[in-house]
Design a protein around this ligand. Sequence first.
Ligand code: GLU
Length: 309
Amino acid sequence: MPDIDLVVRDITQEMQQRTDRGQVATYIPELGRVDPNAFGLVVIGADGKVSAGGDSDTPFSIQSISKVFTLTLALGKIGDRLWQRVGREPSGSPFNSIVQLENERGKPRNPFINAGAIAVTDAILSGHQPREALGEIVRFMQFLAQDPSIKIDEDVAASEQRTGFRNIALANYMKSFGLIENPVDFTLGVYFHHCAIAMSCRQLATAAGFLAYLGRNPSTGLSVVQPERARRINALMLTCGHYDGSGEFAYRVGLPGKSGVGGGIIAIAPGKASIAVWSPGLDAAGNSHLGRIALEELSKRMGWSIFGV
Ligand code: GLU
């Protein structure tokens, strides 16, 4: 088995030198200010051992990576009833697509496209004030990462709130089918803010640890979900975690993963590692360009693909 510290060091150096870095997202204006040359990679093994490279402690906007954690919270809150409101199939569509919603009478394909994540946020919000729901989400992230310093980047949240016309349309459209229980503004306010949580690769890899180790976080020893739930969240990440790039990610990397337009990706090698990578430039499907390449190299060199070496 190759030495993971050396593999992380080598991949970090290779990625830092590459000039093909993709395009930083600008549709949320505040994200366009991020340095495209940033690169971070953190791998946490079964024993809690951390291997880190590059800008591994720099917080960035986790964006859609937050959807994994809101899904975990919503399943904890209402269990399998969640699947009455959102499906479990890959969409084959861009992250903010509206076309499928009409054919499927407002029920989003899966919890990781924007429409699905907004429906999941709505489920967390029901019975609470937006401030309480958001506090619950942020505290969950702090608990998972064992780091009370994690917080929302208010500038990013405000930037998306000003410009998130597509998401506003998606939420209103779902509301017209009765699939959003709360006032649309409240649900979207919580959604925009949880997407704007800022975390480093180290914090994200720690927070995702429970998905790699049967629901129990190896860094803290704390049980977060039952093994069956961790397995199912991983299945959804594999099939739906990269929007219309999910098939390509499974083909190249072979690990469950979830990307965000801030350029982060978390990936899970079940029983072996939880991984977070960050490179702000995106590919055409809105997934981190070098992040995906780094994960492909990592999975290949370590023999971690769930489909075999
Ligand atoms: N907040 C972003 C949006 O709704 C999340 C998209 C993403 O990270 O893929 O557009």
